[in-house]
Ligand binder design. Structure first.
Ligand code: ATP
Length: 311
């Protein structure tokens, strides 16, 4: 029996350590200034040879993921094939470990992983820069999971500069049972700004906090905790008031700070090491404020092939 090798790519989710949302642009996107950190919560995307592009999804939340052409992994494979002129197909298998619609960019991570996996499977030999350009066309959050680590994002969040950090930061992620729609959270932010007298297009250009970048360079979790900030936290909490309680419980039980991750509803708690992580995770679980809890660390590398797979 002949066996044809495929490839498995592991890709991390992210938290935004700072997320500043600027004016609404004429193209409908907001200008962003953000600091991403890739954390050890992963999806695995396996690419196997096939006559056309197909997809299967496994994992606890698989039922919440579209399996048609709108899936970001399928869109990524289709875009790479079109751009390189490859006519081969691929059987994509996505195993979800990143929460769906959880503010941790799981769909974008799958797109990034599919680009890396298909590039390897089809021997298209794209450079990282070429994959990053394709990634940015697929979505604002797709380039970051290719890069991983910790990075500053500008533009729509797709223009990235890696930033230096020291050591490892420990996080406890409180997952919600039900996701939040990213466009709905941005719309709520615009509504709150209008209600507060600001016009969504007249908001100032977003700026990042130098002290946060300094805390990252120093590997100082306490200093970092004092600087975590997310302009989407208030609108996410408006749409999902239970998040207030989640934030309260985690901080009362020993987290250095808690922040809604991206557009939510996942909440990331920064803790002072693995032991504190266990205590906060146990307390969050016992209090019933989180659908599920994960202990993770960051920064971790971006999408990379972890295994050759035999048919
Ligand atoms: P972000 O933080 O980038 O705004 P998110 O983490 O909140 O995104 P995702 O998990 O990326 O949310 O899912 C958002 C929506 O994208 C889902 O509700 C789903 O309909 C759609 N989607 C498309 N492809 C995927 C995929 N491969 N995995 C998960 N969701 C996907």
């Amino acid at each position: 029996m002949t066996t044809t090798p495929g490839v498995r790519v592991r890709v991390p989710g992210k938290v935004n350590l700072e997320l500043r949302v600027g004016p609404l642009r004429p193209d409908g996107f907001h200008t962003l200034a953000t600091v991403f950190q890739a954390v050890s919560l992963y999806d695995d995307v396996t690419a196997m040879p096939h006559g056309r592009i197909t997809l299967t999804v496994t994992g606890e939340q698989a039922g919440a993921v579209p399996i048609d052409d709108t899936n970001l992994a399928v869109r990524a494979a289709t875009a790479l094939a079109a751009w390189t002129g490859v006519e081969a197909g691929v059987a994509l298998q996505v195993h979800k470990g990143i929460p769906v619609a959880g503010g941790m960019a799981g769909g974008s991570a799958d797109a990034a992983a599919a680009l890396v996996a298909c590039d390897a499977l089809w021997h298209t030999g794209c450079t990282r820069d070429q994959l990053t350009t394709l990634a940015a066309d697929l979505g604002s959050d797709v380039p970051f999971p290719l890069l991983g680590g910790t990075a500053i994002g500008s533009g729509r969040g797709e223009r990235l500069t890696s930033t230096m950090t020291r050591g490892t930061f420990h996080w406890v992620i409180a997952l919600a049972d039900e996701g939040l729609s990213t466009p709905a959270v941005f719309a709520e932010l615009d509504r709150l700004r209008m209600a507060g007298g600001a016009d969504a297009t007249g908001v100032e250009e977003p700026q990042l906090d130098d002290a946060l970048l300094q805390a990252l360079r120093a590997g100082d979790a306490h200093a970092l905790a004092a600087r975590l900030a997310n302009d989407l936290q208030e609108p996410a909490c408006e749409l999902r008031p239970a998040l207030h309680r989640t934030l309260e419980v985690g901080c009362a039980e020993g987290a250095l700070a808690g922040i809604v991750s991206g557009s939510g509803p996942s909440v990331a708690f920064l803790v002072d090491g693995p032991r504190a992580a266990l205590e906060v995770a146990v307390a969050l679980t016992a209090s019933g404020v989180a659908g599920d809890v994960r202990r993770v660390h960051g920064p971790v590398p971006g999408a990379r092939a972890v295994e050759a797979v035999r048919a």
